[in-house]
Design a protein around this ligand. Structure first.
Ligand SMILES: NC(=O)C1=CN([C@@H]2O[C@H](COP(=O)(O)OP(=O)(O)OC[C@H]3O[C@@H](n4cnc5c(N)ncnc54)[C@H](O)[C@@H]3O)[C@@H](O)[C@H]2O)[C@H](O)CC1
Ligand SMILES: [K+]
Length: 270
């Protein structure tokens, strides 16, 4: 079973995000970069650990969207050369482990992958799992995973990344985006062209401020947030109050509060 593209769930501007009844703060790109820095430098939680959590959560979300089993299902995973792409490479490996037929499509030649994404790619290569870095994927997959570009986007997508965004949007398969649909500047909420039109977006750690922008919301699809192991102590240092949103599950759905109402407090809407 595959999920079908669905109309945006946020027809009206969104003022705040909730997980159940718990408010979920948004973060600026600066705060997210500081989270990444502090994770590694202050607490010794490495990028490799965070990326493994991200990719495992992404694979789990793909499995849920495909009805609970991925055995024999065709999934296309589009991977950039940054840390967003690295999460895609982890998800591709886990989905293959679980029995899916995964087409791993890279933006660049494998020689152009460095650091932790290169490490993830080398695991696939050590397992003799094919990766493609030229041409377009074959159509007909049940799901496309967009791990092309995350919060590292610096301008309108260009080159092969842009070609793959156009390709993904033209497919019948729904798109599951990692952290953000590629093509959105998550801090400001600027939507570049081209940008991925996602059926679902799996946000890592916390939603980014730009996701409240009305132009962005139709591109996000169903919003989910995944635990990648950021400790509450770190959020407190940044002045962010994050309740125990992952107390029961390590991926939770986000809902949207559409306006604050006269009292400034309103219940979240689904
Ligand atoms: N704490 C967290 O939330 C964590 C998030 N993670 C993931 O890491 C990305 C951010 O990774 P980063 O390496 O900084 O950047 P990106 O992968 O998003 O992008 C860099 C990549 O994209 C190319 N690129 C940038 N702009 C363009 C453009 N206009 N056209 C074409 N290509 C472009 C650039 O050349 C690089 O190759 C975050 O979103 C999460 O997914 C970590 O996994 C862990 C912590
Ligand atoms: K992405």
């Amino acid at each position: 079973m595959s999920i079908q593209p669905r109309p945006p769930i946020y027809p009206d501007p969104c003022a705040a995000f909730y997980a159940g009844a718990e408010p979920v703060p948004t973060v600026t790109t600066t705060q997210m970069v500081e989270v990444d820095r502090a994770m590694v430098e202050d607490y010794g939680i490495s990028l490799l650990q965070m990326m493994e959590n991200a990719g495992r959560a992404l694979a789990g979300q793909a499995r849920r969207q495909l009805g609970g089993s991925v055995v024999g299902q065709r999934i296309t995973v589009l991977c950039g050369a940054g840390n967003n792409g690295g999460g895609g490479l982890v998800a591709a490996r886990r989905l293959q482990d679980w029995g899916a037929q995964v087409d791993v499509t890279l933006v660049h030649h494998p020689d152009e992958y460095h650091g932790v994404p290169q490490h993830q790619l080398q695991i696939l290569q050590a397992l003799h799992r094919p990766v493609h870095s030229a041409g377009l994927p074959s159509p007909g997959a049940a799901l496309t995973i967009d791990a092309l570009i995350g919060y590292g986007l610096n301008s309108a997508p260009q080159g092969r990344a842009a070609d793959l965004i156009h390709w993904a949007n033209d497919q019948a398969a729904p798109i599951l985006a990692l952290d953000t649909p590629s093509g959105i500047e998550v801090g400001s909420g600027q939507v570049f062209q081209p940008a991925i039109h996602a059926a679902a977006t799996l946000i890592l750690a916390l939603p980014k401020q730009g996701f409240l922008h009305p132009e962005v919301q139709p591109l996000l699809g169903t919003l989910l947030v995944a635990d990648i192991g950021v400790p509450p102590e770190l959020y407190l240092r940044l002045g962010l109050e994050v309740s125990s949103i992952f107390a029961r599950q390590d991926t939770v759905a986000l809902s949207c509060q559409q306006d604050l109402g006269p009292s400034g407090e309103a219940s979240p809407t689904a």
